[in-house]
Design a protein around this ligand. Structure first.
Ligand code: PMP
Length: 490
């Protein structure tokens, strides 16, 4: 077994932009696995009763089985990938079922509920609009849309020069960025400036354009020939791909016979979810310069990383860059479906009135939820809190990783998003089965994470609501450690 520290521990303590990597040999990003399945036979589990967790039934709860069975009859299996709990109520950082069980939440749904589940301020704002009532407007104007657009413009890289386009889903936002980049390039430079460059292992959503831009081959099998103007290059994560130099970006373009003058846009997640994997700062800055020199639209997908999650309002702020377009979603409202593109005015202004809209753009309920959500983030200083909690969480994860360095291959994180990549002992090959067992053990102990993610299903992802208290965070860490001990100690 070969160990290799890409970044030394002292460096981590100097610069809490954690990357603590180690180990091994083979590249793993192409080794795509099928996600493990949670069983639906109720099993006895040890009772749990703490301030934050309560489990007093078999799991899954026997009475909940008909709900799963019904869904198995009515929905495709793709919808069945999560730990088998039937959510009845969710508040703050806790999830409740109807049978008296309570989970400490480390999922935030899927990084949605940054300000916590069921925030009373958000509920109140929604109720007020419900009572008026004002439930749908298309793109007819309502006052709250103006208020939200202004709030989002204020947190953009340059409020005087950026505008806001409201949408409904993250995929819509990333697709809109692709369209805007292509339109800008075509209008300014002609049709040969057509390529969209994205990264291996990238996830930008599940619709066609978003998946053309995605870098996970397993998700793209249904795409036959549409992708000729989308190319991917290695992501400089430092573990799955050890070469983090920007030269590799240039070399990869060269190998694919793409000239800078032919590139319309470069899009990257600000961090890739399956690590989470961050860009080295120097790489991000070189990429920005490359885009500036060649008039390429730089796009940061902040659907997952925005709104305080990483200890900054947007994760790109860690890199000191200024994206041309920013795709937002999830944590923007902590609740109802809403997305946004925030972007350079000259790019956002390319479409005439009525030609870049969506039926539910700026729909009143999600809009007021987002306003309340942004106010909470500001008033409760949740961005700063996320950074402080990250300073506890990430060193603790590294401590756990050091107990099992052969299988807990890599720990990374910033603020309140972190991940442990579980690998086959002494290699970099994903071990989705072991990741799954640890995840399931946590579930049985009352700590809820969504199913492991990442290109090989190897990543235990930790992303609690940003309101989590230190005490609850530490309890979750303890449960994770206990689960690792139970699964890995024999
Ligand atoms: N981009 C990123 C980085 C995401 O994490 C996601 C959702 N997981 C999307 C885009 C797509 O968002 P949605 O599911 O709302 O379409």
């Amino acid at each position: 077994m070969e160990y290799r520290y890409l970044y030394s521990v002292p460096l981590y303590f100097l610069d809490l932009n954690i990357i603590f990597n180690q180990i091994c040999t083979t590249a793993c990003h192409l080794n795509i696995r099928t996600m493990a399945k949670y069983h639906l036979e109720p099993v006895e589990v040890s009772p749990v009763n703490t301030k934050y967790r309560r489990i007093n039934t078999k799991l899954p709860v026997p009475e909940s089985i008909p709900v799963f069975e019904s869904l198995q009859r009515t929905e495709p299996p793709s919808m069945m990938g999560q730990p088998p709990v039937v959510w009845d109520r969710a508040e703050g950082f806790q999830i409740y079922d109807r049978w008296g069980n309570m989970w400490l939440d480390w999922s935030s749904g899927v990084l949605i509920t940054n300000t916590g589940h069921g925030r009373p301020e958000i509920v109140r704002a929604i109720k007020e609009v419900l009572d008026r009532p004002l439930l749908a407007t298309y793109v007819f104007v309502h006052e709250k849309r103006a208020e939200l657009a202004e709030m989002l413009q204020k947190i953009s890289p340059d409020p005087a020069d950026y505008q806001v386009f409201l949408l409904t889903t993250g995929s819509e936002a990333t697709e809109n960025c692709i369209k805007l980049a292509r339109t800008y390039a075509m209008e300014k430079h002609g049709r040969s400036k057509k390529y969209i460059v994205t990264f291996h292992n990238a996830f930008h959503g599940r619709t066609l354009g978003a998946q053309l831009a995605g870098g996970l081959p397993k998700l793209k099998k249904w795409i036959i020939e549409e992708g000729r103007n989308f190319i991917q290059v290695p992501f400089p994560d430092g573990f799955k791909n050890e070469n983090t130099s920007f030269d590799l970006f240039l070399q990869s373009l060269n190998e694919q016979h793409v000239k800078p003058a032919e590139i319309a846009g470069v899009m990257t997640e600000t961090y890739q979810g399956g690590g989470p994997d961050f860009l080295p700062v120097e790489y991000a800055r070189k990429l920005e310069e490359f885009c500036r020199v060649h008039d390429i639209v730089s796009i940061y997908d902040e659907v997952q990383s925005g709104f305080g999650r990483t200890g900054r309002m947007f994760c790109y702020e860690h890199y000191g860059v200024k994206p041309d377009l920013i795709a937002c979603g999830k944590g923007i409202s902590s609740s109802l479906p809403l997305a946004a593109v925030i972007g350079r005015k000259d790019i956002m202004g390319l479409y005439a009135p009525g030609s870049m809209t969506s039926t539910h753009s700026g729909s009143p309920l999600p809009v007021v939820a987002a306003i309340a959500n942004l106010e909470i983030i500001r008033e409760e200083k949740l961005t700063e809190h996320a950074a402080d909690m990250g300073d506890i969480l990430i060193p603790e994860l590294i401590r756990i990783q050091r107990k099992y360095p052969g299988v807990l291959g890599c720990v990374q994180g910033k603020g309140l998003v972190a991940g442990i990549q579980v690998v086959k002992a002494g290699t970099k090959e994903p071990d989705p089965e072991t990741a799954f067992l640890i995840n399931e053990k946590c579930f049985q102990k009352g700590l809820l994470m969504f199913a492991p993610v990442g290109p090989g299903g190897e990543c235990l992802k930790i992303c609690p609501p940003l309101v989590i208290s230190e005490e609850a965070l530490r309890e979750g860490i303890h449960v994770l450690e206990e689960s690792c001990d139970e699964i890995l100690k024999h």
